[in-house]
Design a protein around this ligand. Structure first.
Ligand code: ADP
Ligand code: MG
Length: 736
């Protein structure tokens, strides 16, 4: 049980059956695969004991069937007598559950020494046998050493003696009757010991609602707590840095940027902490919106911290800020404006002198804006008056990290979180449910957009054309990215690999069997690596004379910084890199992107990647190179991976893609990637499917928390939330 993660009776009761077998329906045996641990319902056709010719001992050979196919059962014993008890139970015509690891012997599938349970036989009396024969049979997530019905028996041992009063219910009685839900005690009986299919459905629906409700109650409490806190109001000033910044902006803001900007300006001016999520289409210009909010806070005498997920991105933000602010960002320097401020950079790898100066700038308040990576979270970082925390490209930061940074202010600072990619509404409600949401849907006018084409890797002519196209872009004065899933051909693991891991599981279906299993030969195909590809491209006649640079997570920060600067300046024309450029990198001259082994990336990730090109006025081109079966061909002959890429080629709407992506992945991966809290407690809830339940639970939970903020009247709900937070904290500790 420990191996299944079952340590307490509570764990056991929350170990829900994965499915239910109807005693009248046999399992289709055609789906069995060698090596799999299975539990099947089948009918015994025969069972014969034989003594063995070559060895001492006896063997029982049984055959079970689903009516069409057969599966063999093999038992060995010291002598025939040792096997008679099996022979007596395995009578032809009887139906039972059989469990074990599927093996193959001389071309037939078999289970060796399977654990089994004959329906209606292993019970005490006939009445019970009859009753049992008509009930749905719960099939639990089991293991080779612990059969489903042994789990079932253990659950009964725990559940049967319990009375209603022994099972405190986190869902208040009033809500239960309003929503037509049974009590927790009843729901547990329904899912573990159903008499009918309607029973387990009723129980499951109630437990699913409970998961959504507890999660939303936790989020509602976070919102309520934040709303009770005091924050320093940072009202806008007509003649400050923000006004100067706006005057220097080389473009006009989009309608969306203006609208969201006003929303933020109002909230920052209130003495309550803003708690807002800014999500938007890739390239919609979230950064500018955040910068303007930061400047409003600086104008009001406070400081702003901008937390970026990578050093490349942190450095880019500092460059952007300094460029846009000009002399306004050079306070205290010769030529700096009198009323200016400073933009400080804090990263984990900067030199001691630079770090000391940045720390001093932050602590003294001389720097109005401090940009950094995780290093900003370190204890030595102090602010004079931190008024706003901006978390860029949130998916790499957890809730706890947000809190760490906010704790650096004497009064709760305002908070703005930005997501890297558009996210579906249900995910926003679940993962970022403690935040209000603003959305930027339009991208600035004048962009020609990105054309996406799928290129079959095995087609030499297309590949030649691909590199020619890269050359043409470079000759037109533009830059190109070539993205690979790995760094080094000799090493299997690298910073690209975690993305792969996500994607391999990501394409997994409900049964939990992922694309890795189904496309085994494809999974073993060696993946293209940055260092190898860079060497190949340098030797390629089509790219002769083109400056090719490399960028990956294992390079020294200075080198990364230099390559990015070279790329922006045109000293590097083609950048071969891992997905380190995925998040937020902004080089407007970049027009072409070639993604190698594109099928190994998630849809949202590819959308994010291609968002790196076509940022200027010249049109972007994204070439997705893939060896996935049927890539570049019409859907009929294409593998699922190829179809996925085609979907991307045909869709430019990031919100639509995010929904497709979500359907293709298992929840855990999506939410895990978003580093949400309490996800380990989501067993039945699916954010793709249960949008209605989530929305309803959110309304209900908000009302409950409003009426009873401390949840004094519902101790079971408070306990459930605490338990969830404890799990969240554990997860956080694991990650760090
Ligand atoms: P994202 O929302 O993906 O983070 P960015 O903030 O990086 O997008 O902005 C993408 C690019 O668009 C940047 O080069 C930025 O300077 C530019 N940009 C932002 N707003 C506008 C606008 N209103 N008009 C023209 N260009 C803009
Ligand atoms: Mg960005």
């Amino acid at each position: 049980m420990e191996k299944l993660g079952l340590r307490t009776t509570g764990d056991l009761l929350r170990h829900y059956p994965r499915r239910y077998s109807d005693p009248g329906t046999l399992t289709d045996l055609s789906g069995l695969a060698v090596g799999e641990h299975v539990t099947v319902m089948a009918e015994v056709r025969q069972a014969t004991v034989r003594t063995m010719r070559n060895r001492s001992g006896a063997m029982l050979q049984g055959v079970v069937t689903d009516g069409a196919r057969t599966l063999h059962l093999t038992f060995f014993g010291k002598g025939p007598r040792a096997l008679t008890h099996h022979e007596q139970k395995l009578r032809p015509g009887r139906v039972g559950l059989f469990t074990g690891v599927v093996g193959a012997y001389q071309g037939t599938l078999q289970l060796t020494h399977p654990d089994y349970k004959i329906i209606g036989v292993d019970v005490d009396d006939e009445a019970e046998a009859l009753a049992e024969a008509g009930r749905p049979i719960p099939i639990y997530p089991a293991s080779a050493s612990l059969a489903s019905w042994r789990i079932q028996a253990s659950v009964r041992t725990v559940l049967d003696p319990l009375a209603e009063a022994d099972v405190p219910d986190p869902v208040p009685a009033g809500l239960r009757s309003e929503r037509g839900l049974v009590t927790l005690h009843q729901a547990l009986k329904d899912v573990h010991e159903p008499f009918t299919d309607a029973d387990w459905r009723r129980g499951r629906d109630r437990l699913r609602y409970e998961e959504a409700f507890v999660l939303q109650a936790a989020l509602a409490r976070r919102r309520a707590e934040a709303a009770r806190q005091h924050a320093t109001a940072r009202p806008p000033r007509a003649d400050g840095l923000l006004a100067d910044f706006d005057a220097r902006l080389p473009f006009t803001l989009t309608a969306g940027q203006r609208a969201v900007g006003e929303e933020l300006a109002v909230e920052l001016a209130r003495p309550r902490p803003m708690q807002r999520l800014l999500q938007g289409e890739v390239g919609s210009g979230k950064t500018v919106v955040a910068l303007r909010a930061m400047l409003q806070v600086v104008d009001a005498g406070g400081q702003a911290a901008l937390l970026a997920p990578t050093e490349v991105l942190a450095a880019q933000h500092v460059r952007t800020l300094r460029a846009l602010l000009g002399p306004l960002a050079e306070a205290g320097f010769l030529g700096g404006a009198d009323d200016g401020t400073r933009v400080a950079l804090l990263t984990g790898s900067q030199g001691a002198a630079a770090r000391r100066e940045s720390l001093l700038d932050a602590a003294s308040g001389r720097a109005g804006i401090v940009v950094g990576t995780h290093a900003l979270l370190s204890e030595t970082v102090q602010f004079a008056d931190l008024g706003l925390v901006v978390v860029d490209e949130q998916h790499r930061f957890g809730v706890e990290q947000r809190d760490t940074l906010r704790a650096k202010a004497s009064t709760t600072p305002h908070l703005l979180v930005m997501t890297a990619t558009p996210i579906p509404r249900t995910v926003a409600m679940t993962v970022f449910g403690d935040l209000e949401t603003s959305t930027l849907t339009e991208v600035p006018a004048g962009r020609s957009g990105v054309t996406t084409v799928v290129v079959p890797a095995e087609n030499a002519a297309w590949m030649t054309r691909t590199w020619q196209r890269v050359r043409e872009e470079v000759e037109g004065g533009h830059r190109a990215y070539v993205v690979c899933p790995r760094i080094d051909p000799d090493e299997p693991q690298d910073d690209g690999a975690d993305l792969l891991a996500v994607d391999v599981v990501g394409a997994a279906d409900e049964s939990g069997r992922g694309s890795a299993a189904r496309n085994a030969p494809e999974a073993r195909r060696p993946l293209r690596a940055v260092l190898e590809v860079a060497a190949e491209l340098r030797a390629l006649p089509a790219l002769a004379g083109v400056e090719i640079g490399v960028l990956h997570g294992r390079m020294a920060p200075d080198d990364k910084e230099r390559v990015m600067a070279d790329l922006a300046a045109g000293r590097v024309q083609v950048l071969v890199s891992t997905t380190v450029i995925e998040v937020g990198v902004d080089v407007p001259e970049a027009t072409a992107m070639v993604v190698l082994d594109a099928d190994r990336f998630g849809l949202s990730q590819l959308h994010q990647l291609r968002g790196r090109v076509g940022r200027g006025t010249a049109p972007g081109l994204c070439l997705l190179v893939s060896g996935a079966g049927g890539a570049g061909r019409p859907a009929a002959g294409a593998s699922p991976a190829a179809v996925r890429l085609q979907t991307l080629a045909e869709t430019t709407d990031g919100f639509a893609l995010a929904s497709v992506d979500l359907e293709l992945r298992r929840e855990g991966d999506v939410l895990g990637a978003a580093q949400s809290g309490g996800i380990s407690s989501l067993r039945l809830l699916r954010v793709t499917r249960d949008a209605d339940v989530i929305a309803q639970a959110r309304t209900d939970a908000t009302a409950v928390v409003e009426a009873d903020p401390a949840l004094d009247g519902i101790p079971a709900l408070r306990a459930a939330i605490d338990q969830q937070l404890a799990g969240e904290r554990e997860e956080f500790l694991d990650r760090t």
